[in-house]
Ligand binder design. Structure first.
Ligand code: ITT
Length: 196
């Protein structure tokens, strides 16, 4: 039987990626599927703080064991910005966020960056954190149509194409989210074996 688990996110792209990475043994329930249409608060100043806050909100208001991720892009030469503000960097959507970032990197040759995800899993009274990082560089212009957020301007280390060009199969194997979700899956799998 599939193990049901709630993913506390309003981002449909993240939900799709995580369901694909977790694979057939899990049924990942969206917030809509548990009847939640709330704007979940996200006011901490760290990824882990925000991930815990989002998961705790669902646990407190809806009673489900669940996990949430907080993630973002950290650019070396900008001191780790946009970081926890990745979704709200420009005040507009993804296009405006990329415009602002490319503008802030104009004429900068040092373009190292990383995507980072922290997943908080709340089961019973326990909280567990899982982290994933992928290093790469920021391009000078958008390339590719796939993915979401900053994917068209991020080239992961070891590749020449952006996440948006590489497609979901490769991204879901090497991304920050993939690395964190693999650790989550390993943990859930171990728990399941202990319980049965
Ligand atoms: P939830 O809080 O509802 O989960 P969100 O989109 O607000 O959804 P975050 O707070 O974690 O998610 O913000 C992450 C932002 O960082 C996201 O909106 C993107 O702009 C960027 N980001 C995170 N992971 C990404 C990825 O895999 N590819 C491209 N951009 C990503």
């Amino acid at each position: 039987m599939k193990q049901k688990i709630v993913f506390a996110t309003n981002n449909a792209h993240k939900l799709e990626e995580v369901a694909a990475i977790l694979g057939e043994n899990y049924e990942v329930l969206s917030l809509r599927e548990i009847g939640c249409h709330d704007d979940i608060p996200e006011t901490a100043d760290t990824f882990s703080g925000n991930a815990i806050q989002k998961a705790q909100y669902i646990k407190e208001h809806y009673g489900y064991d669940c996990f949430a991720d907080d993630s973002g892009l950290e650019v070396d030469v900008l001191g780790g910005a946009p970081g926890v503000f990745s979704a709200r960097y420009s005040g507009g959507g993804s296009e405006a966020n990329m415009d602002k970032l490319l503008h802030n990197l104009t004429e900068k040759s040092e373009r190292g960056a990383q995507f980072r995800t922290v997943i908080a899993l709340l089961v019973g009274e326990e909280t567990h954190l899982f982290e994933g990082v992928v290093r790469g560089t920021i391009t000078h212009e958008r390339r590719g149509e796939g993915g979401f957020g900053y994917d068209p301007i991020f080239v992961p280390e070891g590749y020449d194409l952006t996440f948006a060009q590489l497609g979901s199969e490769i991204k879901n194997r090497i991304s920050h989210r993939a690395k964190a979700v693999e650790k989550l899956a390993e943990y859930l799998c171990k728990q399941l074996k202990i319980e049965n």
